[in-house]
Design a protein around this ligand. Structure first.
Ligand code: ATP
Length: 361
């Protein structure tokens, strides 16, 4: 538990490294956050939580009772690594922890910026960094991921499986408004709302109707609607058309993975699970990657860029920009892990970023 007598200008960060490479990349991200804020007026105060597969297998704890209330009361943000371990059947602990926090803290925005940091990292021919810079705003609490539905005659030749797609007016409107506000606050000109309302004529008709209702409130923003299949095509053909893309839970999941590849792969991709103005959770897009865990080869950049999103959420824009600048410099100078063309280990890539930042903080 954090001590109550912190100086006024401090932010309390809960750190949940989790499993596999989540532990390795989070360790580096915390070192880098310390370096970036060491001389700033606002200090970060970190508290570690050992939730993950080891703890679950030892004593059955996944997300302890009272955790959600504790985060709301005692913390400003959560820095998360990754959860998932082949020793846990069905990864029950991962569902409890991550999906539990997303839904119980009502983290309705999944923010996934896609930014090509170096021309050489995109698989697209004749595309440069200026062409690949957009943010996917994914609805994070509804849609097909709410887990309602059921089986009928399971395991028989007649079995039926139903998975329900939940879309509420409140949920759809708040995520679409968030996308417009996000664009406006950053002087971005274009918001694209994507659905499949031509086929999903109930749930996604609501998405399109709400979009038509609210777009007039943002006359300064160019608003556009694309069916998700057309958007997938356009993202590969010409990603420079997009600044902000807002979409449902399932499509956001898929499109942001597509986006991560346009910008150099999973090792670099950051995300925020956000409720504006409330305690929010920041994590790299990648999972625990058991195949490369414990080998000091995981790229810490996704976690570092997620930490930058966390600093933005806390209003600490100067150190957030310093983190991004450091990662950009490391990519340009090839002081990175092997997945994006360098030859450093996780820790050594972290050392380079710490040194870069310490010289400029
Ligand atoms: P999940 O099911 O949660 O997506 P996963 O472990 O199946 O998790 P990821 O962790 O997302 O999958 O990673 C897929 C692959 O991408 C890994 O096996 C690894 O090869 C590569 N990868 C992911 N993250 C990184 C990283 N930070 N650095 C280097 N390679 C990575």
């Amino acid at each position: 538990m954090p001590e109550p007598e912190l100086p006024q200008k401090s932010k309390r960060i809960a750190v949940i490294p989790g499993d596999g490479i989540g532990v390795e990349v989070t360790r580096e991200a915390v070192r880098i956050l310390r370096a970036a804020t060491s001389k700033s007026a606002t200090q970060l105060h970190f508290t570690d939580f050992d939730w993950g597969a080891d703890r679950y297998l030892r004593d059955g704890t996944s997300l302890p009772g009272g955790a959600v209330e504790m985060f709301r009361r005692d913390f400003d943000a959560i820095l998360f690594g990754a959860v998932g371990d082949p020793r846990v059947p069905g990864n029950q602990h991962a569902a409890d922890i991550l999906l539990g926090l997303r839904s119980k803290l009502d983290l309705y925005v999944n923010l996934r910026p896609v930014e090509l940091l170096d021309d050489a990292l995109t698989p697209l021919r004749d595309r440069a960094a200026k062409d690949v810079r957009f943010t996917v705003v994914r609805e994070n609490t509804e849609g097909l991921y709410v887990g309602t539905g059921g089986h009928f005659q399971r395991g028989t030749p007649h079995e039926v499986a139903i998975q329900e797609d939940v879309n509420t007016r409140r949920g759809v409107e708040r995520i679409q408004r968030y996308a417009f506000e996000f664009a406006r606050a950053r002087n971005l000109r274009r918001v694209c709302m994507s659905d499949k309302s031509n086929a999903l004529t109930f749930g996604h008709e609501l998405w399109l109707r709400i979009f038509k209702e609210i777009r007039g409130d943002y006359p300064d923003i160019e608003s556009r609607h694309l069916y998700v299949d057309a958007l997938a095509m356009e993202l590969v053909r010409d990603p420079s058309q997009f600044d902000v893309i807002v979409t449902c839970n399932l499509f956001g999941d898929i499109l942001s993975d597509l986006g991560s590849q346009l910008a150099g792969g999973l090792g670099l991709a950051p995300s925020g699970n956000i409720h504006p103005g409330q305690v929010s959770l920041f994590e790299p897009v990648h999972g625990s990657a058991p195949n490369i865990a414990g080998k000091n080869i995981a790229n810490p950049a996704g976690s570092v860029l997620s930490s930058a999103l966390m600093l933005d959420h806390l209003g600490l824009h100067a150190p957030a920009n310093l983190l991004r600048e450091a990662v950009r410099a490391s990519v340009k100078e090839k002081k990175t892990t092997r997945d994006i063309g360098g030859n450093l280990g996780t820790k050594e890539a972290g050392d380079w970023l710490v040194e870069y930042i310490a010289a400029r903080a």
